[in-house]
Design a protein around this ligand. Structure first.
Ligand SMILES: *Cc1c(COP(=O)(O)O)cnc(C)c1O
Length: 392
C-alpha cells in the first residue's frame, strides 16, 4: 500500500519516507512530524456529515492509506458543551468544554494511541511498550488488545489506583516504579531495546500527534469552520497542544476555515493557546515565563492531576513554539484550585471533570483576572479525562 505522507524532523528539517516503524530523527533525535502530499479538498466537508462520528471521519487528514481500516474503539466525536452557569459566574460570554472523558478508555489518550497502534500494527508490530502518568497506559492496553497485540506499561507506583486497575483490566503487563514518568520512560526504552517492543512514548513516534490533531479538527467543525479565540489546555507531554496547533495550521493552509483564522478579510489569526500546569510540576510555565525555548526538568514533581506530572517533556520546543506563535501563554494553578474547579464542573454543570479538566477552568478564571481574556472571547477548555478514574 502506498503512503501519501512523509516525515519531517521538527528539529533539523530532514525528511524521510514513512515506511517501517519510524521513531525520532536519525540525525538529531528530535520528533518527526507527518507531512501530507496534498491537503484535503474543502469538498470533503460534505462527506463528513455522512460519516459515523468517530475521529476517523477525518481520514483524509490522517495517516491512513487508501482503503485501510484503523484499529478503533470509536474514539473521538466528543461533545463541545456550553457551561453557561460557570461562564456567568466568572464573566465569560461564551465558555465551552470539550468533554474528552467520554472517549473509550476515559480520556483523550484514546485518540493518539488509536493512531499510533494502527500504524505500528500495519507495519508488523505485535508488542508495545509505553511509560505513563496513567491514562496513556489505559489507552495503550486497550488498543493493543483491540489489535491482538501485547502491551507492557511502566507507571509510577503512586498513580491513582483506579487507573492502575484499568490498565490491568485490559490485560497489559503493568510494571510499577518508584519515580515519575521520566523514570518510567527510561525503563520503557531499555525494555524496547531488549525486547523489540515498539515504544509509543509521547513524540517518540510520529502518529500520536496525528490522532490528537483530531481535537483541533473537531473544534473547527463544531464551530462551523470557525475557531475559538482562546483554548486552555492542561499540559503534560504536550501532544494535544502540539497536535491542535498542527491541525489549525493545516486547516488554514487547506482553506477550510471561515472568518477568524480563515485568512480572508485580514483575519488569519489562530486561537491563542494557553497551557495550564499544576504549581507542583510546571516546567512549561517556567520556561515560558523565562522566555526559554526548552524546559528545565522540574525537581520532585507532584500533583494530584497525574496527567500533568511530566517534569521534563520531550516535546518542550514544539509546545513553547505553539504557545508563542499563537499569542497565548502558560499559567500554573495550585492542586487546591484545580481540585475545587473540577468539583465545580461536576456540581454546577454535571461534567465529570478530571483534576486536569479542573485545572483548565481554574486557569481560565486566573487568565481572566489577569486581563488576558476579553469578556467577548469564545473560550474552549479541555476536560481531558473522566473524573471517576481518579476516585477510589
Ligand atoms: C495525558 C493527560 C494530559 C496531558 O496531555 P498531554 O497531551 O500529554 O499534554 C492531561 N490530562 C489528562 C487527563 C491526561 O491523561
Amino acid at each position: 500500500m502506498s503512503l501519501s505522507w512523509t516525515l519531517e524532523c521538527s528539529g533539523c528539517g530532514q525528511t524521510r519516507g514513512a515506511e517501517g516503524l519510524p521513531s525520532v530523527c536519525e540525525a538529531c533525535a528530535q520528533p518527526y512530524l507527518v507531512r501530507y502530499a496534498a491537503a484535503p479538498s474543502p469538498e470533503i466537508k460534505r462527506l463528513l456529515r455522512e460519516r459515523r462520528g468517530t475521529m476517523w471521519r477525518f481520514r483524509e487528514w490522517l495517516p491512513l492509506a487508501d482503503g485501510e481500516e484503523p484499529v478503533t474503539l470509536g474514539e473521538g466525536g466528543t461533545p463541545l458543551l456550553r457551561v453557561d452557569r460557570i461562564a456567568a459566574r466568572y464573566g465569560f460570554q461564551e465558555l465551552l468544554v470539550k468533554e474528552e472523558g467520554t472517549n473509550p478508555t476515559g480520556s483523550f489518550k484514546a485518540r493518539g494511541l488509536a493512531a499510533a497502534v494502527t500504524r505500528a500494527v500495519r507495519a508488523g508490530a505485535s508488542r508495545f511498550v509505553v511509560p505513563t502518568a496513567g491514562n496513556a497506559g489505559i489507552a495503550l492496553a486497550a488498543y493493543a488488545a483491540r489489535a491482538g497485540a501485547s502491551a507492557r506499561v511502566y507507571a509510577p507506583a503512586n498513580t491513582p489506583p483506579t487507573i492502575l486497575a484499568q490498565i490491568r483490566s485490559f490485560g497489559a503487563d503493568l510494571v510499577l516504579l518508584d519515580g515519575h514518568i521520566g523514570d518510567c520512560g527510561t525503563a520503557a526504552r531499555t525494555y524496547a531495546a531488549d525486547s523489540g517492543a515498539i515504544d509509543v512514548s509521547t513524540l517518540r513516534e510520529p502518529y500520536r500527534i496525528e490522532g490528537k490533531k483530531t481535537l483541533g479538527l473537531e473544534l473547527a467543525e463544531q464551530g462551523n469552520w470557525t475557531l475559538p479565540d482562546a483554548i486552555v489546555y492542561p499540559t503534560g507531554g504536550g501532544t494535544g497542544l502540539i497536535g491542535m496547533w498542527k491541525a489549525f495550521q493545516e486547516l488554514r493552509a487547506a482553506g477550510w476555515l471561515r472568518g477568524r483564522g480563515g485568512g480572508g478579510d485580514g483575519a488569519g489569526a489562530l486561537p491563542r493557546m494557553y497551557s495550564v500546569q499544576s504549581s507542583g510540576c510546571a516546567p512549561v510555565v517556567k520556561a515560558f515565563e523565562e522566555r526559554l525555548d526548552r524546559c528545565t526538568p522540574w525537581p520532585e514533581p507532584w500533583t494530584v492531576a497525574s496527567g500533568l506530572r511530566v517534569p521534563g517533556p520531550f516535546g518542550d520546543r514544539l509546545m513553547l513554539r505553539a504557545l508563542r506563535e499563537s499569542g497565548g501563554g502558560a499559567v500554573a494553578v495550585s492542586d487546591e484550585a484545580l481540585t475545587a474547579a473540577a468539583r465545580e464542573l461536576q456540581t454546577a454543570e454535571g461534567i465529570d471533570a478530571a483534576p486536569e479538566g479542573g485545572a483548565a477552568l481554574a486557569a481560565a478564571v486566573e487568565l481572566k483576572r489577569r486581563g488576558a481574556m476579553r469578556p467577548s472571547d469564545r473560550v474552549v477548555l479541555f476536560n481531558t479525562g473522566a473524573g471517576w478514574l481518579y476516585r477510589g
